[in-house]
Design a protein around this ligand. Structure first.
Ligand code: DUT
Ligand code: MG
Length: 152
């Protein structure tokens, strides 16, 4: 399912020097987000930096959100993941999409201007309304959790 989302280009290089995010293949779930930088950034081991993407989106529909996730190659091979582990973009957020990059590895990593640093996935959202009760209708699990069913 395709859905039109309003996007603002905040940096003139987007659409020319740096491509707009696109789905790499017809089956891609994620849109790669690029670092909208003037110069390369060195991310030292243990360091976290908030990088601009040069883009703002307004999802506008409360039944949708977007999540920012690490790219598997960067995370696995280079230890470059997200400082917030996962970023959540609210449907009413209109500011610049920012990516918190964290080098959890042991070696410095250089991020070049326009480099693909993370990916964004649109996800459906259900907002809940709480219904206060004294007791729940019983379930098979009940209150068991955190490994109560064993390891196998
Ligand atoms: O990786 C991220 C995470 C969030 N955001 C933006 C969009 C999101 O809608 C807003 C707020 O994010 P969140 O609710 O996770 O942060 P908060 O610390 O609770 O801030 P706030 O008080 O603004 O909600 O920041 C980003 O640009 N990148
Ligand atoms: Mg919040």
């Amino acid at each position: 399912m395709m859905k039109k989302i309003d996007v603002k280009i905040l940096d003139a290089r987007i659409g020319s020097t740096f491509p707009l995010p696109t789905y790499a293949t017809t089956g891609s779930a994620g849109l790669d987000l690029r670092a909208c930088l003037d110069a390369a950034v060195t991310l030292n081991p243990g360091e976290t930096q908030l990088l601009p993407t040069g883009l703002a989106i307004h999802i506008a529909d409360a039944s949708l959100a977007a999540v920012i996730l690490p790219r598997s190659g960067l995370g696995h091979k280079h230890g470059v993941v997200l400082g917030n582990l996962v970023g959540l973009i609210d449907s009413d957020y209109q500011g610049q999409l920012m990516v918190s990059v964290w080098n959890r590895g042991q070696t410095a990593f250089v991020i070049e201007p326009g480099e693909r640093i993370a990916q964004m996935v649109f996800v459906p959202v259900v907002q809940a309304e709480f219904n206060i009760v004294d007791d729940f209708e019983s379930s098979d699990r009940g209150e068991g959790g955190f490994g109560h069913s064993g390891r196998q």
